[in-house]
Design a protein around this ligand. Structure first.
Ligand code: NAG
Ligand code: NAG
Length: 306
C-alpha cells in the first residue's frame, strides 16, 4: 500500500467515526425544553404550561408533573392522570404540556415537568416553570373626609387587598383624573396635593376652596381595575363665629358658676340671719361650720336633702 492510499483510508475511517459521533447525541437521552419558564395568566382564563421533548428514543416515556408551593411538592399529573389540585380542571396535551382550563389564584406556584425514558442512555430530564395568576382588584376601601377646613392639611386614603400583582392607585376629582404631580399640569398647577400610587394616599398640604368636590379612587393592575363610590368632600371657611361662640360659651359657664356660688352664699347668709345658728332642715348641730369649711360639699349635701 502506498502512503497515499493509507492516508485516504485513515481519512475515510475518521469520516465514518466522526459521522457516527455526530448522530449519537440524539439517541443519548431525553431532553426537555419549554417556551416560557415564567408564565403569567389571568384568573379564570386558560393557560398552557409547555413541556416539549427535544429528543427521546423511548417509545412510552413516563411523564409526571408536580406542583411546588411554599417548598412542598404535590402531584398534579401522576400515573397518566390529572390529580390533586388540578383534578377536573386540566388535561395533558401532546407531548407533555399541561393545560389548565380555568386558572385560580391558588394555582400560583412552581410546576415541574419530569420525563423518565428508561430505554435512553440519559433516562431522565425535568424542567421547572413558574406560574403567576393575576387577580383583578376588588372595590377598594376609600376614606374621604366629609368636611375639611380651608388651610388645614388632610389625607384621603384608598386600599385594596385582593389584586395581584398589587394594584396602582389613581384619584379622580369631579370625574377627572388628578395628575400624579400637579406641577406638571397647567390646570392643576395651583393644587397642593401629592399622590402616592403605591399606597393609595392623596395628601393635601393646605386645603383650598377649589379642592371641594366629589372624589373617588381607582385600583388597577394588569388583570383589571375597580373603583370606589364617589364621595363629596366639603371645604368650609375657618369658623370664626364658632370659635368665638365656643370661647364665649366657656366664659358664660364660668360666669354662671361664680354667680350661682355667690347667690348660694347670699341665700345662706339670709337664712343664717333669719334663724340664727339653728337650721331646721339640718339633722345635726354644727352644720354651719362644716358648710363653711367646704362650700362644694355643702351644696351637694343641701340639694340632696331638699
Ligand atoms: C371559572 O371558575 C369560576 C369560579 O370557580 C367560575 O365562576 C367561572 O364561571 C369559570 N369560568 C369558566 C370559563 O369556566
Ligand atoms: C393660579 O393662581 C394664580 C394666582 O393666584 C392665578 O392667577 C391663576 O389664574 C391660577 N391658575 C389656575 C389655573 O387657576
Amino acid at each position: 500500500m502506498t502512503p497515499c492510499k493509507m492516508a485516504i483510508i485513515r481519512f475515510l475511517v475518521c469520516f465514518v467515526l466522526y459521522g457516527n459521533l455526530g448522530h449519537i447525541p440524539s439517541s443519548l437521552g431525553v431532553i426537555l425544553r419549554t417556551t416560557d419558564k415564567i408564565v403569567w395568566a389571568n384568573e379564570f382564563e386558560p393557560v398552557e404550561l409547555t413541556c416539549l421533548i427535544e429528543s427521546i428514543s423511548t417509545n412510552n416515556p413516563r411523564i409526571e408533573w408536580k406542583k411546588i408551593k411554599n417548598g412542598i411538592p404535590s402531584y398534579v399529573y401522576f400515573q397518566n392522570k390529572i390529580s390533586g389540585d388540578l383534578e377536573n380542571r386540566a388535561q395533558l396535551r401532546e407531548p407533555a404540556n399541561i393545560l389548565i382550563f380555568n386558572t385560580s389564584r391558588r394555582d400560583t406556584a412552581e410546576y415541574r415537568c419530569e420525563v423518565a425514558a428508561i430505554e435512553d442512555q440519559r433516562d431522565f430530564d425535568e424542567i421547572l416553570i413558574s406560574l403567576a395568576v393575576r387577580v383583578k382588584p376588588v372595590v377598594p376601601r376609600c376614606s374621604i373626609p366629609e368636611r375639611v377646613t380651608v388651610g388645614t392639611s388632610t389625607e384621603l386614603r384608598c386600599l385594596e387587598n385582593e389584586g395581584f400583582p398589587a394594584p396602582q392607585y389613581r384619584w379622580f376629582h369631579n370625574s377627572e383624573e388628578l395628575p400624579q404631580d400637579p406641577k406638571n399640569s397647567q390646570k392643576y398647577t395651583n393644587f397642593s396635593y401629592t399622590i402616592n400610587p403605591d399606597t393609595g394616599s392623596l395628601k393635601f398640604r393646605r386645603v383650598r376652596k377649589d379642592d371641594a368636590g366629589e372624589y373617588y379612587c381607582q385600583a388597577k393592575n394588569d388583570a383589571g381595575h375597580a373603583r370606589c363610590q364617589p364621595q363629596m368632600m366639603e371645604v368650609c371657611d375657618v369658623d370664626y363665629l364658632g370659635i368665638f361662640l365656643k370661647a364665649f360659651g366657656g366664659v358664660t359657664v364660668l360666669v354662671c358658676l361664680f354667680a350661682s356660688i355667690y347667690s348660694i352664699r347670699r341665700l345662706r347668709y339670709h337664712q343664717k340671719s333669719h334663724s340664727g345658728n339653728n337650721y331646721n332642715w339640718s339633722p345635726r348641730n354644727g352644720a354651719v361650720e362644716y358648710g363653711d369649711a367646704d362650700e362644694g360639699h355643702f351644696r351637694h349635701k343641701s340639694s340632696f336633702v331638699i
